[in-house]
Design a protein around this ligand. Structure first.
Ligand SMILES: Cc1cc2nc3c(=O)[nH]c(=O)nc-3n(C[C@H](O)[C@H](O)[C@H](O)COP(=O)(O)O)c2cc1C
Length: 189
């Protein structure tokens, strides 16, 4: 099937000009420019999480993820996606449960640490295991204890849908991610 013609942003609008799809785009193209697509997707600012679980032998594993999203309130469902190339794919496929640690602004080093591949990312990290043995990281702003209800391979990712069994939230500002960089919360509009 031929790819649909898709508009892609090749440059940004001039200063003082309100950006619109027509003045911000280089035109229609049959083939998507993947680096440009990545930049455009990066315009969608997100929070930052460390999603973590334990292996059958009890080791803690986790990774930095911003694909986490709320999906449904009744029933309480969340979603996230894991790259098929992740070293953690087999572990998350085998695990019934995982936790989502929503990082606080003071946890940027933790985010960087969990965004690299290392044998034991939890070494030196303060956490408490929940009833399932999954690690709840100290200092986060919210914790969602989840049970996977659906796994699907979609493109180059595994899409997880999970039920929230338990959650806790704390006071404190979240760590934010936008255009490939970390930010703290600005002023309320
Ligand atoms: C802000 C941020 C968000 C990320 N979000 C995801 C994500 O949602 N899914 C994913 O598979 N990788 C994501 N990554 C990349 C992983 O954190 C990175 O590939 C990590 O090394 C994976 O762990 P592993 O190498 O131990 O498998 C993200 C990285 C950063 C910095």
């Amino acid at each position: 099937m031929a790819l649909p013609h898709l508009i892609q942003a090749a440059h940004t609008a001039s200063p003082g000009v309100v950006p619109t799809p027509s003045n911000a785009a280089g035109g229609a193209s049959a083939a998507l420019d993947i680096p440009a697509l990545r930049r455009a997707l990066g315009q969608f600012g997100t929070g930052v999480t460390v999603i973590a679980t334990r292996t059958v032998s009890g080791e803690m594993v986790g990774l930095t993820a911003n694909s986490f999203s709320a999906l449904s309130l009744e029933p309480p469902l969340v979603t996230w996606a894991l790259r098929l190339a992740s070293h953690n794919l087999a572990v998350f496929d085998a695990a019934d449960t995982f936790v989502v640690n929503v990082l606080a602004e003071a946890q940027v080093d933790l985010s960087r640490k969990f965004a690299t591949h290392a044998a034991n990312k939890f070494e030196g990290v303060a956490y408490a295991p929940n009833a399932q043995g999954d690690p709840l990281i100290h200092g986060a702003t919210a914790w969602f204890e989840c049970r996977t209800v659906s796994r699907q391979t979609v493109g180059d990712h595994r899409l997880f849908i999970a039920q929230v069994d338990r959650f806790t939230s704390a006071e404190g500002a979240p760590l934010l991610f936008h255009a490939g960089a970390y930010f703290t919360l600005g002023s309320q509009l």
